[in-house]
Design a protein around this ligand. Structure first.
Ligand SMILES: [Zn+2]
Length: 451
């Protein structure tokens, strides 16, 4: 008895270990994004935002610093690698340290511990975050090799976009150089394959491959529900496939569109992506209620966009407070009326934007917004006005939205703002406080090593 107490005292932080771990990552989300999700969800959807109102409020909250090896500002590969392995990598590397070693990822550790594993994302299934949580590569761009590694690893659930690197060149939209049909290879290993939400809903097996797009899934603001599932629908299907395991599972659910919308400075698309992510958090929390031996972790990997809702003057004629507006509910309603992502505006404008097409798109999809002459010139000339705004024409359109709503952005890139992490369930206490993202990874490995 004394001996047992002494052992317990040696590891006081681990009162309990989880059977299941669900990690939900909104790529590019830090405190301001979460609060924007909370505020917009309450005002426009009249719905509680579970990330802040349940996980952060009732669970354990911490902050993670995110710098990679050799830089201050991280990319998603280095951030994901640190969170998945507990070791720093350089930007662009997938769970491979600068000396070339490949420390075990969370998903590899989970598999070694006899658990089932799942990767769900709105990006390609081999994008930086899911890849870093499971695989190893010197470069995140080595898509074909990453898909080969996914096939070898056999995650029980694998869902998202990126079908083009599962099919050979010559097959519709295929990009593989080696002639392989990797979808067929997954089928041969016993996977059910879904390419539409209806197939996903009907899937009933324990092994599931869902590929709903050739590249990234669409932004929630313009998603076609017949063609692509929501993040919550993917999470539901993943939990259905994984949940029955006696040994438990580790599931990663990522919404990458939060990051992409922020790169584009697209507040309207960001808002809907945050809601879509939060709906998946609700699915995870519901699962946890039925299975209390589940640890639910909600976090971002870094901040994107230097997102800064603020007050501003309505125009430059008078700089005093009399000409100022404070962003509020009416500006949210302006965002709500936007019906197209800035990325799709770019696609519709094409390489040689015409003023006429631009005006039509704005009139149809951005009611109430006016495009100032300086921004219009940038768009039609394909130019930027600053070196850290490199998405054309999205960033100029983002500025249009900002000038009338107060949803400003500091950059089109990432920032080193520490990310919030919230955790509920057995092991949650490890994530409390101000830590580095490598400690996040070490905690996960500790939880997976524990008996
Ligand atoms: Zn990013």
């Amino acid at each position: 008895m004394l001996f047992a107490c002494a052992l317990w005292a040696a590891a006081p932080a681990l009162a309990q270990t989880p059977k299941n771990i669900i990690i939900l990552i909104a790529d590019g989300a830090a405190g301001t994004q979460w609060d924007f999700g909370r505020y917009s969800s309450q005002v426009l959807r009249r719905q509680s935002f579970a990330t802040t109102e349940v996980v952060f409020r009732q669970g354990t909250v911490g902050l993670l610093t995110t710098s990679p090896h050799g830089a201050y500002v991280t990319d998603s590969a280095a951030a994901g690698s640190a969170m998945a392995t507990g070791f720093k990598t350089a930007n662009g590397a997938v769970s491979t340290t600068p000396d070339g070693t490949a420390p075990r990822t969370v998903m590899e550790a989970a598999k070694a511990a006899g658990k089932r594993i799942g990767l769900v994302t709105t990006a390609t299934v081999y994008d930086a975050t899911p890849a870093a949580f499971a695989l190893h590569a010197r470069s995140r761009r080595d898509s074909q090799a990453l898909v080969d590694q996914l096939l070898a690893l056999e995650p029980d659930v694998l869902m998202g976009g990126g079908g083009e690197y599962f099919r050979p060149e010559g097959a519709a939209g295929g990009k593989r150089k080696d002639g392989k049909d990797v979808v067929a290879a997954f089928r041969a290993k016993g996977y059910q394959v879904a390419t539409r939400p209806s197939e996903l809903a009907a899937a009933s097996g324990p092994k599931l491959l869902g590929l709903f797009s050739d590249d990234d899934l669409d932004f929630e603001i313009e998603r076609d529900p017949a063609r692509e599932p929501t993040t919550a629908e993917m999470a539901t299907a993943a939990l259905k496939a994984l949940g029955a395991s006696a040994a438990g599972f580790v599931l990663l659910v990522e919404n990458e569109n939060v990051d992409t919308a922020a790169h584009h400075n697209d507040a309207a698309a960001l808002m809907r992506a945050l809601w879509a992510f939060d709906d998946a958090v609700k699915v995870a929390l519901e699962f946890q209620r039925a299975h209390p031996d589940t640890l639910v972790i909600v976090t971002g990997d870094h901040e994107t966009g230097g997102f800064s809702p603020t007050y501003a003057v309505k125009d430059l004629t008078v700089l005093s407070a009399a000409n100022r507006f404070y962003t509020g509910d009416e500006h949210l309603r302006m965002l709500e009326r936007i019906t197209m992502s800035l990325s799709t505006v770019k696609d519709k404008l094409g390489k040689q934007p015409s003023g006429e097409v631009l005006d039509q798109l704005l009139a149809s999809h951005f009611p109430g917004f006016r495009l100032d002459a300086d921004l219009r010139a940038l768009i039609l000339d394909g130019k930027t006005d600053e070196r850290n705004f490199t998405y054309l024409p999205q960033n100029a359109l983002g500025r249009m939205v900002a000038r009338q709503t107060g949803y400003y952005w500091g950059t089109s890139g990432h920032t080193p703002q520490p990310v919030l992490v919230g955790a509920m369930g057995p092991g949650a206490e490890l994530f409390r406080g101000y830590q580095d993202n490598t400690e996040f990874g070490k905690h996960l490995h500790r939880l997976l090593r524990a008996p």
